[in-house]
Structure formats: C-alpha cells, structure tokens
Ligand binder design. Structure first.
Ligand SMILES: Nc1nc2c(ncn2[C@@H]2O[C@H](COP(=O)(O)OP(=O)(O)OP(=O)(O)O)[C@@H](O)[C@H]2O)c(=O)[nH]1
Ligand SMILES: [Mg+2]
Length: 238
C-alpha cells in the first residue's frame, strides 16, 4: 500500500527540511511530494538537496504563487498517476504534528476520508489569537448548518484520502482555494456517500515563517458553502 504526503510550500525554508527528515525517518514506507510555488526564500533548493540522498522525496515546482487549492489539485493528479493508495494533505509549518501521520493512516484503513480534527474533542488549538479561534470555530458551525455535512472541522488541512475518493471527484472542477478548498473536497466526498472519519489532533500555530492567511480566503469559504449546497440540491454537483 503506497502512501504519499503532499506538502504545499511558500517560503517554508525554516521548516521544510526538518519536517521531511522527521516524516521519512518515522515512516519507512512513506513518500512525500513538496509542491513549491517558486518560494523566494529557496525552499525548493533545500528540498532538492535532500532529494540527492532520498528517493522518497518528490518535488513539483510551479512558476509563481498560485494558491493552496490548485497546488493540492496538482498533487492529487500526481498521486493518482503514480499509483498511490493513500494521499495525505499536510502543512509545512509544524501546525500539523508529524507524529499524527500514523494515526491518520491507520484510520484510513476503515474510512475513505480521514480528517485530523481540531474540534472533535473540545477545541484543540494552541497559540491562536482569540479572535481567530472564534472565527474558525463559528465558521465550522456555519458550514454545518448550511450544508448539514456531519464534519466538526470542515476547514482543517491535515487529512488522508483513499485514492478512490480522488478518482471519483472531477479535480478540474474544483475552484476554491483556501479554507473553501477543504470544505469543497469534504463536501464532494460526502455527497457521494464516502465514509468520513474525524480523529482528534492538536493544531499548533506556526513558530517559524510567515502566514499566508487573508480575508479573501474567509469570504471565499462563506459563499462557497451556499454554492455547493445549491448545486447538490439541483443535482448539478459533478
Ligand atoms: N504551493 C503553495 N503553498 C502555499 C500557498 N499558500 C500557502 N501555502 C502553504 O500551505 C500551508 C498552509 O499555509 P499557512 O500560511 O500555514 O496558512 P495558515 O496555517 O492558515 O496560516 P498560519 O496560521 O500563519 O500558519 C503552508 O505549508 C504554506 O507554505 C501557495 O499559494 N502555494
Ligand atoms: Mg499554518
């Protein structure tokens, strides 16, 4: 069973080498794909130098910063074309604990989509300003009310797809980018009847590097849930 962790990067030179080192040392069969958008800080260079002695690291470079959603779509296509059975999403900034990867993979043996959830067991977020926590928490409730999708953390970005989920989604139709991208992928999987499981994780705010969060990303998610829900009701979600 082949498993791939996809890690999109933009200016993560302070994190990426250490993260790859831990992931590969702790998981002997795991492979990783870094998707770098021409980071000015030399993230891709750091990855390339590790690739000289490690065949389990793969790298796709794009010419400019093009957003998280399209980075994942590119990574998903790579994973399907290269025969991976389990495909994971993960941030480069250590907000997602690499020690949780085996738990996600284990849960993926019996579920089609596993979501590392910040809200399945109270609120498990370390070092977020209170305002950001409130926005994220109520955004999750909002998504649930509009879509009735039974997911407590619909915007989380630490997850594992069985390849059959990605095969069944028309990846060229995914339009959203930031938080909305995570919601859209979950929604499409759920609308097709795939089994979704949330497992509790602790999310820790980045210590190194710079955030790429923006207001635009929150608004995109706010209207996308209506869009998805209407398309589902009209039977035009494909
Ligand atoms: N390839 C690519 N990666 C991106 C892009 N934007 C963000 N990323 C990466 O996606 C992951 C999540 O982005 P973050 O900046 O950590 O977003 P966030 O967690 O909402 O914000 P922070 O709280 O500041 O960490 C990180 O690994 C980023 O390097 C992009 O446009 N292209
Ligand atoms: Mg982050």
């Amino acid at each position: 069973m082949k498993a791939l962790v996809i890690i999109p990067t933009y200016n993560e030179v302070e994190n990426i080498s250490r993260l790859l080192g831990i992931l590969l040392a702790d998981n002997p069969a795991l492979e990783v794909l870094v998707l770098d958008d021409n980071s000015p800080d030399g993230t891709a260079q750091a990855v390339k130098s590790m690739m000289e002695s490690e065949a389990r690291i793969h790298l796709i470079e794009r010419p400019r910063k093009m957003g998280l959603g399209s980075a994942y779509v590119t990574g998903f296509k790579y994973a399907l074309a290269n025969g991976f059975d389990y495909i994971m999403e993960m941030d480069a900034d250590f907000s997602h604990n690499p020690a949780d990867v085996p738990r996600l993979l284990a849960a993926a043996q019996t579920s089609d989509l596993v979501i590392g959830s910040r809200y399945s067991n109270g609120v498990n977020i370390v070092n977020w300003p209170f305002k950001r926590l409130l926005i994220s928490y109520f955004a999750s409730k909002y998504v649930r009310i509009i879509t009735s999708m039974p997911v407590k953390d619909p915007t989380g970005g630490f997850k594992c797809f069985n390849r059959k989920v990605l095969e069944s989604i028309n990846l060229d139709r995914i339009l959203s980018d930031g938080y909305a991208f995570q919601i859209e992928m979950n929604f499409r999987a759920w609308a097709q009847g795939f089994r979704i499981k949330e497992i509790p994780i602790i999310f820790t705010e980045r210590i190194n590097g710079v955030s790429k969060m923006s207001k635009h990303i929150v608004w995109e998610a706010a209207w996308m849930v209506w869009h998805l829900q209407f398309r589902k009701l009209l039977g035009s979600l494909h």
